[in-house]
Write a protein that binds this ligand. Structure first.
Ligand SMILES: Nc1ncnc2c1ncn2[C@@H]1O[C@H](COP(=O)(O)OP(=O)(O)OP(=O)(O)O)[C@@H](O)[C@H]1O
Ligand SMILES: [Mg+2]
Length: 272
């Protein structure tokens, strides 16, 4: 059973420190819910684990068993068994979705998959996801609806069979029925022993996939690493208890950011 171990991870983007000492451990077979206020570093963490070039790691380590993940390129990390379903998947005009998927499957296997085998796999996965097959034959994510893009991330997960799958707000943009379909697929993948790091702001998806732990990221650090009961608590009462009970101030910078975003909309005018 493989384990991903993150120790004292610091990372910055464009010279601004976002992750300020993350400690986190996840093994295959576990499902860890990641929560936290907007802008506190959740997506940054997953992107850093996957090796996104925008982020610079300034301190700390990430090991997958005895392998130093930070020394690997993104494709090497994928071959190791790490996977990221992105919060905002990119549109790549001109790259056919099925060609992309097949290239990714081949990059992970010792010998290339036959056309017949690949289409059998693709057909089964798209049916399970209740996804129109024509999405597989179009340009990658180009013109896909928000929900279609998210389903396509899960399609990649099904074909790539990672050891640890990281899903960044996979439920945003999915309609109620689609959340159920995606949760059914995640449950099947959980049975196969995959580990999941799942970011979401809502309890609905977590109710369906039953995480084993909840991790709350505040100010670029892990404020809570505890049982799944925190999910319900946060859903019902928000993050205030982190300040009142744990004495952790939710950083001013993020609060200011929220003020700015409210200030820039018409609501402020109507409140005046
Ligand atoms: N290029 C950049 N320059 C400065 N700050 C940046 C840059 N890119 C990202 N950030 C900031 O990094 C912080 C963390 O972003 P991140 O996407 O990790 O947040 P998050 O916890 O995933 O939030 P959400 O719940 O809204 O998805 C944010 O305040 C964001 O504005
Ligand atoms: Mg995010």
């Amino acid at each position: 059973m493989s384990t991903l171990v993150i120790k004292n991870l610091h990372a910055e983007v464009d010279g601004k420190e976002i992750l300020k000492g993350i400690d986190l451990k996840i093994s295959e077979g576990e499902t860890v819910a990641i929560l936290g206020p907007n802008g506190h570093g959740k997506s940054t963490l997953l992107n850093v684990i996957m090796g996104h070039s925008k982020y610079v790691v300034t301190k700390g380590s990430i090991f997958f068993d005895d392998i130093d993940v930070l020394k690997l390129t993104t494709d090497e990390r994928a071959r190791l068994g790490l996977f990221l379903g992105m919060q905002n998947p990119s549109e790549i005009p001109g790259v056919i979705n099925s060609d992309f998927l097949r290239a990714a499957v081949n990059a992970k296997s010792e010998k290339p998959i036959s056309t017949y085998q690949f289409y059998k796999l693709l057909d089964r996965a798209t049916k399970e996801l209740k996804m129109p097959f024509d999405l597989a034959t179009r340009s990658l994510n180009e013109g896909f609806s928000g929900g279609e893009k998210k389903r396509n991330e899960i399609l990649q997960l099904m074909l790539l069979e990672p050891k640890i799958a990281m899903l960044d707000e996979i439920d945003s943009g999915l309609d109620v029925d689609a959340i159920q379909v995606v949760a059914d697929v995640i449950r099947e993948e959980q049975k196969k022993g995959r580990g999941f790091l799942v970011i979401s702001h809502y309890a609905r998806l977590f109710d369906l996939i039953q995480p084993t732990r909840a991790v709350v990221i505040v100010n670029g650090k892990v404020a809570i690493d505890g049982g799944p009961e925190y999910i319900k608590r946060i859903d019902q009462t928000g993050y205030e208890f982190i300040k009142t009970e744990l004495g952790i101030e939710i950083s001013k910078e993020e609060n200011n950011m929220n003020t700015v975003s409210i200030g820039s909309c018409a609501v402020k005018e109507s409140i005046k």
